[in-house]
Design a protein around this ligand. Structure first.
Ligand SMILES: Cc1cc2nc3c(=O)[nH]c(=O)nc-3n(C[C@H](O)[C@H](O)[C@H](O)COP(=O)(O)OP(=O)(O)OC[C@H]3O[C@@H](n4cnc5c(N)ncnc54)[C@H](O)[C@@H]3O)c2cc1C
Length: 392
């Protein structure tokens, strides 16, 4: 697409110059001229009273979207272990593929990773594209994007989903730019438009105050990174198999500009809030960092783990990997204890999918009680020791 001025029709009124949100139109003599800052947003089209501005299809780079078919899931693995978000994406991808009437595939990159294909089939993939090479043993933006871009060009998927993990958030934009297509980051909801079968991608915007639904009408594949913990994992279908497609992988030394010297696992990284069945979360109501020790006692009694609202993380009481909420992790445990947490919308966004929510708060009008299944009004420093005693 490109914005064009029809010189013969332009009367030099300057309305487009004033109205361009990107200051990308200038006057040369009495004719408007489009400059390089133009994003083809089309705002100027409606402004021109003389119909002197056109949005033209460019001959080069034009794609036929009918050539693209199938839903792909990026099968993120680390150290030979598939990440939990991959199964969530396969669950969601299966639903999307069934609604469109196309197949579901996974794309797996790494070294000696073929053994992981079985798990992908059992979670719903019809086929798995495998790129196996020593250069792919550790994730690099260059290595992974080279292989996946080539596969997208060769096999033309309609939709590509990645987990919004650190790797997915790095890889997604690299792929989207190289494929010249649209990417919606950190989606919390995906739907197929029943009319045109395009994907509607919804994500929180402006601090969670607005949910934006985004479509990618003219470019393919339609790409989304999806927030871990939001979508449901599918039922495992034991023994289910599918087709394995080996991708040809060749690298020249200049292809991968970064070198992974060492992968260091921090202790905190091992905490998996998304997999926890019981979470005991604390907020500013704890009053001090040491308050988390009490929560840990309660969590350990029930085989759960400790989490936090953002305020204690900001106060330096606990690591960010424990934060639940819009800018933290989304969790769906069987039981979520919210201790001294007020229930701000950004916190609720990350835990409202919990099966049961138990709130302990000394202020009975705290918004947390609006989402709680069980609520105890009182001082957490009195209530939690009593709960621990009862469990003992
Ligand atoms: C863009 C943006 C993103 C954000 N992302 C997140 C996010 O991901 N996660 C998140 O949590 N927040 C997030 N926030 C912050 C959020 O808006 C709130 O500020 C935060 O959740 C408040 O944390 P809190 O409930 O622990 O603290 P407070 O709001 O201060 O609440 C403390 C609560 O403890 C109660 N209390 C006090 N003493 C006791 C006691 N002794 N016993 C029992 N109860 C007691 C009080 O009644 C109160 O309800 C975000 C904000 C913005 C603007």
């Amino acid at each position: 697409m490109a914005i064009k001025i029809i010189n013969e029709k332009c009367r030099g009124c300057r309305l487009c110059v004033k109205g361009c949100p990107f200051d990308a139109i200038v006057m040369e003599g009495k004719i408007a001229v489009i400059e390089s800052g133009c994003t083809n947003c089309g705002a100027c089209l409606d402004l021109c009273p003389f119909e002197a501005i056109l949005l033209e299809e460019e001959k080069n780079g034009c794609i036929d979207i009918a050539d693209y078919s199938g839903v792909w899931v990026f099968a993120e693995q680390r150290g030979g272990v598939l990440q939990p978000v991959v199964f969530e994406l396969l669950g969601e991808g299966r639903k999307l593929a069934d609604q469109i009437g196309c197949s579901l595939s996974a794309i797996l990159c790494g070294e000696k990773v073929s053994a992981l294909t079985g798990d992908l089939f059992e979670h719903g993939a019809d086929s798995v594209y495998v790129a196996d090479a020593p250069e792919l043993a550790n994730y690099t933006s260059d290595g992974y994007s080279k292989v996946i871009v080539q596969a997208i060009e060769d096999y033309k998927p309609e939709i590509v989903l990645l987990g919004a993990s650190h790797i997915g958030r790095d890889l997604g934009p690299c792929l989207a730019v190289k494929c010249n297509t649209g990417l919606t980051a950190d989606c919390t909801k995906l739907e197929i438009d029943p009319v045109d079968k395009k994907i509607k991608q919804t994500r929180p915007a402006f601090g969670g105050n607005l949910m934006a639904t985004i479509v990618c009408p003219n470019h393919r594949p339609q790409m989304s990174t999806v927030r871990p913990g939001v979508m449901d994992k599918p039922e495992v279908q034991k023994g289910r198999r599918g087709e394995i497609i080996q991708l040809q992988v060749e690298f020249s030394p200049a292809d991968i500009r970064m070198q992974v010297l060492e992968v260091i696992k921090s202790l905190e990284e091992k905490v998996s809030l998304t997999d926890a069945e019981i979470i005991v979360a604390g907020g500013m109501g704890l009053g001090k960092a040491e308050g988390f020790d009490l929560l840990k006692d309660l969590a350990e009694k029930m085989g759960g783990i400790v989490a936090s609202s953002r305020a204690p993380v900001d106060a330096g009481w606990i690591d960010h990997s424990r934060q639940v909420g819009q800018t933290g992790t989304t969790v769906k445990p069987r039981i979520y204890f919210a201790c001294g947490i007020s229930g701000a919308i950004q916190h609720i966004a990350g835990m409202q999918g919990s099966e049961y929510i138990v709130a302990i708060n000394k202020n009975e009008s705290s918004p947390i009680f609006e989402v709680a299944d069980y609520g105890i009004v009182g001082d957490l420093y009195q209530i939690i020791p009593e709960l621990i005693n009862a469990l003992n």
